[in-house]
Design a binder for this molecule. Structure first.
Ligand code: MRU
Length: 350
């Protein structure tokens, strides 16, 4: 069984945002309780909780937790605390639009009542509803996407778009789980996903727990495996999809898409519609997070010593954008969007 990624828990002294610390996986399964705004923000920034939908759920629970633990007596005091919490959470990571989507849903409630007690209950209910809703969306993505995976097929995925990246089940791994439930026969190539190894550490851990055959490869092996005819399709998640179908996902995804195109392999993106940013016309407008160079030089913290000379220039974007023309389909809970995406994504939203 895979432990819950993030969970709303009522402790004796107040609510907590409980999560499995993903920075320690697969070596240690430690469950942590975040009971302050600083702890929730730190958990998101440091990737204790990560993956676009899971970040959204955690931020929503973070706002509800702040309300639940607040000693504010008046509605104005409580609203001021919630606005500050919203701003701090919104500043944690810039790329995954689910964060802003979930915060907007929570903020919409802040003025819905003048009773602080009612507001606390409404926020707790909404955070849990966002999480239940995400799990449901992932299951539907899994069912819709299962059809694109051939029986006995070899699927390549990048990063972790699994149960750990969502409220459960996963998006890309939801599709893989859906296909495995249907055919009982497939194999997954897991890109290790440098620099933080979400594929090697998290995706293989999830798949192995579910008994789904998988093999971890270094990112630079994907092309060679494709050339050998050992990949039938690629499925990845997304952090933000522009209205035209351009999709931001973990750094290295674009390279996989280009390789897939070269080898005539269909490349799919699986994501809930909460990941589509209809305000953005193209992927060029998606903000790309840049992370601490140490994540590159210190090999995901696994090595004591730096892999690069002191002072080496390092560029560490966390995400890249795959242009829509390289995407065979965007698998959502409402169906599979196909090019031209501006029309198909708008229709699914309808
Ligand atoms: O930096 P991370 O680990 O949060 O990046 C996660 C990804 O890129 C996932 O593929 C994406 O968020 C989709 S999760 C269903």
């Amino acid at each position: 069984m895979i432990p819950k990624t993030v969970e709303w828990v009522q402790l004796a002294e107040g609510p907590s945002v409980r999560m499995i610390d993903q920075t320690l996986l697969p070596n240690e399964e430690r469950i942590i309780d975040c009971v302050t705004l600083e702890q929730v923000c730190e958990a998101i920034k440091s990737l204790r909780v990560r993956g676009a939908p899971a970040i959204g759920c955690s931020a929503a629970m973070g706002m509800a937790m702040i309300a639940g633990r607040s000693s504010a007596q008046t509605i104005d005091e409580l609203r001021a605390e919630l606005r500050a919490a919203h701003d701090a959470l919104a500043a944690t990571r810039p790329t995954a639009v689910n964060l802003f989507w979930a915060l907007a849903r929570m903020s919409a409630l802040v003025d819905s009542t003048d009773d602080p007690r009612e507001l606390r209950v409404a926020l707790a209910d909404e955070a849990q509803a966002i999480t239940v809703d995400d799990l449901d969306r992932c299951r539907r993505i899994g069912k819709n996407g299962a059809e694109v995976i051939p029986e006995g097929g070899n699927v390549l995925t990048h990063c972790n778009a699994g149960a750990l990246a969502t409220a459960g089940h996963g998006t890309a791994l939801g599709v893989i789980r859906g296909a495995f439930e249907r055919h009982g026969d497939l194999h997954v190539w897991v890109d290790e996903t440098r620099p933080l190894l979400q594929g090697a550490r998290l995706t293989s851990w999830e798949l192995m727990r579910d008994g789904i055959p998988c093999t971890v490869i270094c990112d630079n092996m994907a092309g060679s495996v494709m050339k050998q005819g050992k990949v039938d399709c690629c499925v990845v998640g997304a952090d933000r999809i522009a209205a035209n179908g351009d999709a931001a996902n973990k750094i290295g995804t674009y390279g996989v898409a280009v390789l897939a195109k070269h080898h005539g392999i269909p490349f799919y993106v699986a994501a809930p519609l909460s990941t589509v940013d209809y305000e953005l016309m193209s992927g060029e407008q998606i903000p790309i997070e840049e992370r601490d160079p140490k994540e590159v030089s210190y090999m995901a913290g696994l090595a004591e010593r730096s892999a690069t000379p002191a002072g080496a220039h390092i560029y560490s974007p966390a995400f890249d954008v795959t242009p829509a023309e390289l995407i065979a389909g965007i698998i959502t809970e409402a169906g599979i969007a196909r090019a031209p995406y501006t029309e198909s994504l708008a229709a699914l939203r309808g």
